[in-house]
Each structure stands twice: as structure tokens, then as C-alpha cells.
Design a protein around this ligand. Structure first.
Ligand SMILES: Nc1ncnc2c1ncn2[C@@H]1O[C@H](COP(=O)(O)OP(=O)(O)OP(=O)(O)O)[C@@H](O)[C@H]1O
Length: 308
């Protein structure tokens, strides 16, 4: 018997080229059904492009994209089950907040008007005000309200927080988690604020220069890397037993971010006479992204040279 599929979307060997520029290069991944995936990576990594492919806004140059069992492009059956909250979403000029919500209610079959009304209050959004006259953060909040109240089987948020203050962002995370717990669905969230959303994530997809650098469940990433500090030779020996991501050296001492390849991190480091501390998801993503932006042999920053 074939096991039941857990994929909400499957991306197979996708390349996306724009006039000589390759935005995605042989990307393969599975977006798990009923999970929250964080799509992370540096500016220009290809996050928005991947979301555009998943939401049928573009067709890949090569490879295939399957969402909820079909190709999304011009496929109403699939598209009606996807809500895409775009970065800097624009609305028709004459729209008031209420009109934006009314339009969304028509588009999304699982729209929940009660939740939309609650969220309007939470985010302090004036229903009768013209969207054009909202502040940048308030406009972002309208997108968030639509994304959450759509209760679409697949909801993608592309950097949804432009201009949103810290309180409103926390409100978004809290409401997302609460509604997701009661109505599980597939959520993909692209962000640069990794630490803020780390606790929310079940999956992490890190893209760098159009390629997948990391595609893992968030739980397995927690504790998967450490920062070790101590005499350079011992740090190097420790890193040699694992995977060195980044190192900084000063006066015979090194501080390295090391991805662990099995074994107990702390015990191993302590046995080697090194101080160690866990690496946050954000630190791991930064170290991995920096590694690929340097030549293969250079994962180090020599502070001695810098300080001279
Ligand atoms: N229509 C286009 N024409 C030409 N190049 C494009 C087009 N759209 C995207 N690109 C390029 O593809 C690359 C990936 O862009 P994309 O918007 O997917 O990155 P991103 O990871 O979302 O970046 P950011 O975090 O800055 O929003 C960039 O180099 C971008 O300049």
C-alpha cells in the first residue's frame, strides 16, 4: 500500500531564469501539509520567486511545481485554495479596508468573517478608511488579516511585516499560532526576522543564490550547531571532527560556528577543553549563508590581520 502523501506542494528540480539571470537553480523541495515552513535567505536569494511559482504567478523555466495535486498556473481548482500575501500588496485606489476584506471573502471559500472582524480590532484597523490613506504598517496589517481570515489550505506570507511595529508583529505571530492550532493548514512564511519566528517554525527552507542550502525540520536544527571558543588548534581539531561553518581568530584563540555531525555537542566540546554555547537558528542561517558567499577554502575571518 502507498503511504498517504504529506506533501502540500512538491517542487522538482526547478530552474527559473530571467533574461540571463538565474533566480532559482535546480531547486527541489517538499512543502509539508499542515506545517509552518520558514522560507529564509539573503536578499535576492530567490524566496519571492519560489513563492510566485508555488502560487501560479510564474511558470518555471524547467522542472515542475505541483501544489495540492496539480500544477498551479492558470488552475482555478488549485488557486482558489491558495492565499498569497505579497510584500507591499497594493489594492485598487478606491478600496476602503472593508472593501479589501469583502473582496477577499468572495475569493476564499474558507473565509471566516468572525476572525476577520476580531483581527481588525486586534490590529486597530479602521474599516471605513481608504486603504490608500493607511500607514505602511497598517497596510501590511490588512494583508495579515486577509492571510489569516482566508483560512486557505495553503497560505503564503512574503515578508508580511513591512513597517509593522514590534507589538503588531507579536500579535501576528500569536494569532497565527492560535488559529493554526485550531485550524491546521499549510503556511509558508518568508522572513529576515528569523529569530522572531523561530519558535513558530516546524520546517526551515534556506535558499541562497537560487539554491537550497538547508531543508530540514526545525526541531532537528535546534542544537545541531554550536559556537566553540578556545585555543585555535583545539578549536580546529574539534571543527575537523564536525563541519566548520565560520571561524574568527585573534591572538591564538578562535571562535567557530560548527555544525555537528553526530555525537553530543557540549560533552564533546567540553572534553576538548573548549567553551561552547548553542547556536540560534538565525546564527546558523547566517553562518551557512556566509560560507557560500566566500571561496571554498575561506570560512575564516582572521581578526589579527584586520586589527593590524
Ligand atoms: N522579473 C525579474 N526580472 C529579472 N530578474 C528578476 C526578476 N524577478 C526577480 N529577479 C531576480 O531574481 C533574484 C531573486 O529575486 P527574489 O525576489 O526571488 O529574491 P528574494 O529572496 O525574495 O529577495 P528579498 O529578500 O530581497 O525580497 C534576484 O537577483 C532578482 O533581482
Amino acid at each position: 500500500m502507498t503511504p498517504p502523501t504529506t506533501a502540500a506542494a512538491t517542487v522538482r528540480d526547478v530552474t527559473m531564469r530571467f533574461r540571463g539571470h538565474t533566480a532559482l537553480d535546480g531547486v527541489s523541495t517538499v512543502i509539508e501539509r499542515d506545517s509552518i515552513t520558514g522560507l529564509v535567505g539573503r536578499n535576492g536569494a530567490g524566496k519571492t520567486t519560489l513563492m510566485q511559482l508555488l502560487t501560479g504567478h510564474r511558470v518555471p523555466t524547467s522542472g515542475s511545481v505541483e501544489v495540492l495535486g496539480g500544477a498551479p498556473y492558470e488552475n482555478d481548482g488549485v488557486l482558489s485554495r491558495i492565499c498569497f500575501v505579497k510584500e507591499g500588496q497594493r489594492y485598487p485606489d478606491h478600496f476602503r479596508v472593508r472593501d479589501a476584506l469583502d473582496a477577499a471573502a468572495l475569493v476564499y471559500p474558507d473565509w471566516n468573517a468572525g476572525l476577520a472582524a476580531e483581527l481588525l480590532r486586534d490590529f486597530d484597523l479602521p474599516a471605513k478608511r481608504s486603504v490608500k490613506k493607511l500607514s505602511r504598517g497598517m497596510t501590511s496589517a490588512v494583508g495579515i488579516v486577509i492571510g489569516l481570515a482566508s483560512r486557505a489550505p495553503i497560505t503564503l506570507f512574503d515578508e508580511p511585516y513591512l513597517g509593522l511595529d514590534a507589538v503588531a508583529r507579536q500579535l501576528f505571530y500569536d494569532r497565527l499560532l492560535a488559529d493554526y492550532a485550531e485550524h491546521p493548514r499549510t503556511v509558508v512564511l518568508s522572513t529576515h526576522l528569523i529569530e522572531e519566528i523561530a519558535a513558530l517554525l516546524e520546517r526551515v527552507l534556506l535558499i541562497d543564490r537560487g539554491r537550497v542550502l538547508l531543508d530540514a525540520d526545525a526541531e532537528s536544527l535546534r542544537g545541531s550547531a554550536v559556537t566553540v571558543t578556545g585555543p585555535s588548534d583545539r578549536v580546529a581539531a574539534f571543527a575537523g571532527r564536525h563541519e566548520l561553518l565560520h571561524t574568527e581568530s585573534l591572538a591564538g584563540q578562535s571562535r567557530s560556528v560548527v555544525r555537528l555531525t553526530g555525537g553530543s555537542a557540549g560533552g564533546d566540546a567540553a572534553d576538548a577543553g573548549l567553551a561552547w554555547e548553542p547556536v540560534t537558528l538565525q546564527q546558523l542561517v547566517v553562518a551557512m549563508s556566509l560560507r557560500t558567499s566566500r571561496p571554498e577554502s575561506s570560512t575564516s575571518t582572521d581578526l589579527e590581520e584586520v586589527s593590524r
